[in-house]
Structure formats: structure tokens, C-alpha cells
Design a protein around this ligand. Structure first.
Ligand SMILES: CCCCCCCCCC(=O)SCCNC(=O)CCNC(=O)[C@H](O)C(C)(C)COP(=O)(O)OP(=O)(O)OC[C@H]1O[C@@H](n2cnc3c(N)ncnc32)[C@H](O)[C@@H]1OP(=O)(O)O
Length: 213
């Protein structure tokens, strides 16, 4: 096991990956996608009070059905069919997590991590704009992915944000991150989010420390 893979295991407390299987992953991803739509509908609904109460009761029934068989903990990291790490239940890229947009990421050969995503009204901060903490969530994750792509995975030790322009919601956004240098156990990474007009809305730098235990 390489040092980078061992560090990844320490960060995610990885046991031997217990694959969910592609069919199961696709089924759960479909469920998460429907719950994402439900969440947006809850935030935007204007149906009358009786209908709100009726839907709430139905959703409670559905939750009880899912809870008849529960895992002890969410699936952490797994290996996809291509052998790459994937964070299926993570709150940023996790297809199985309804609160993840999810950001669709690709890791390029030069270590650059690029992602595309749309944040709907569920993530609103100021009217029409993405909440700054949500932008930080997305950036922290892709910064961490870029540290890992550099062969030096770590835990976020520092995260500096510069909000240059409001980030609009409901439109396609891109995010890009790349490690710039490593010193001992520390890796320094830069990232930014770009709006549909090609202008950078948020920049971030992060310092990631490779855990030793
Ligand atoms: C492919 C999948 C990729 C998925 C990416 C997911 C990304 C998600 C990223 C996260 O959200 S991680 C969760 C948020 N972060 C944390 O919860 C971290 C909490 N903090 C810790 O666990 C520890 O403080 C930490 C591991 C960061 C450091 O503890 P250590 O005891 O291992 O560090 P130590 O004190 O020995 O310091 C190691 C080096 O880092 C430096 N350092 C540590 N913390 C620092 C800090 N905060 N600021 C500046 N420098 C710092 C420290 O000076 C030292 O430098 P030198 O090696 O040069 O001496």
C-alpha cells in the first residue's frame, strides 16, 4: 500500500472497501436524485396548508420504510469500476447523498481537479446567490481532492476564502483546483469557482496536513 493510499485510509477510516455493486449504486443514486427534487419542492412549494400536512405524513411513512433496514454508518470511500476512489455518500460529490449537488468531478493527468455543478435555490444565501458557506464546502472538497491527486492527501488545516463576486444559483458553475506545493506533511492547494460568464466568483487556498495516525 502506498503512503498516499494509507493516508487516505486514515482520513476516511477505510476498512477493506465493501463494494455496494453498480446496480445498488444506481438504485440509491436514483433515490437520492428524487429526494433532491423533493427538497427543492419543499423549499419552493406554495400549496395550501392541508396539502403540506398530507405530504409531511406521507414523507414520514417513506422515511420509516427506509429505516426498516439501516447501515451502521454511511458508505465511506469505495473504489469504482475504474479503480478510482469515490466518495459515494459525501456531501459534495456523493451521488448517494441528497444534500450533495452533486458536483461532477474529473481528475486530470496533471493533477488538476475540475468539476461542473448547479446549485439550486436550496443553497441560497443572499437572494439569487449561493450561500458563502456552501461555496466553501464545495471548494474545501475539491481542494482536498487535488491534494490527494498530488499524491499527498490530507485533512484541511486552513481554508482561506476570497469572495470576489456573488455566485448565482440555478446556473452551471465550474470549479477547478490544483496543488501548488508540498512541504513535509503540508500541501498547499488553490481553487476557484467560475460563473457562466467565465468570471471567477470565489477563490480559495487550503493547506492540508497528511495525518500520521
Ligand atoms: C479522493 C477523495 C478526496 C476527498 C477530499 C475530501 C476533503 C475534505 C476535507 C475535510 O473536510 S477534512 C475535515 C476538516 N479538517 C479537520 O477536521 C482537521 C482537524 N485537525 C486535525 O485533525 C489536525 O489538527 C491536523 C491533522 C490538521 C494536524 O494535526 P497533526 O497532529 O497531525 O499535525 P501537527 O501538529 O503534527 O503538525 C503537522 C504540520 O502541519 C502544521 N500545521 C498543523 N496544523 C496547522 C494549521 N492549522 N495551520 C498551519 N500549520 C499547521 C504544523 O506546523 C506541522 O508543520 P511541520 O511539519 O512543518 O512542523
Amino acid at each position: 500500500m502506498t503512503e498516499a493510499r494509507a493516508a487516505m485510509g486514515r482520513i476516511f477510516r477505510a476498512r477493506e472497501p465493501r463494494g455496494l455493486g453498480e446496480e445498488r449504486v444506481e438504485g440509491l443514486a436514483e433515490l437520492a436524485a428524487r429526494v433532491r427534487e423533493l427538497t427543492e419542492a419543499v423549499v419552493l412549494t406554495d400549496v395550501d396548508d392541508a396539502e403540506v400536512a398530507a405530504v409531511a405524513a406521507q414523507v414520514a411513512e417513506l422515511t420509516a420504510r427506509l429505516n426498516t433496514a439501516r447501515r451502521q454508518e454511511p458508505p465511506s470511500i469505495e473504489f469504482g469500476a475504474d479503480g478510482a476512489f469515490r466518495h459515494l455518500a459525501g456531501p459534495v460529490t456523493g451521488r448517494l447523498n441528497p444534500i450533495a449537488p452533486p458536483v461532477e468531478v474529473a481528475v486530470h493527468e496533471d493533477g488538476t481537479v475540475r468539476g461542473v455543478f448547479t446549485l439550486n435555490a436550496v443553497y441560497e444565501g443572499p437572494p439569487g446567490c449561493v450561500h458563502g458557506g456552501v461555496a466553501a464546502l464545495v471548494l474545501d472538497h475539491v481542494l482536498g481532492m487535488a491534494a490527494a491527486a498530488n499524491g499527498t492527501p490530507g485533512m484541511t488545516a486552513t481554508l482561506d476564502m476570497r469572495y470576489r463576486r456573488p455566485t448565482p444559483h440555478g446556473v452551471p458553475l465550474t470549479v477547478e483546483a490544483k496543488a501548488v506545493r508540498s512541504e513535509g506533511r503540508r500541501t498547499f492547494v488553490e481553487a476557484h469557482i467560475t460563473g457562466p460568464d467565465g468570471k471567477v466568483t470565489v477563490e480559495a487556498t487550503g493547506m492540508f496536513v497528511r495525518p500520521v495516525h
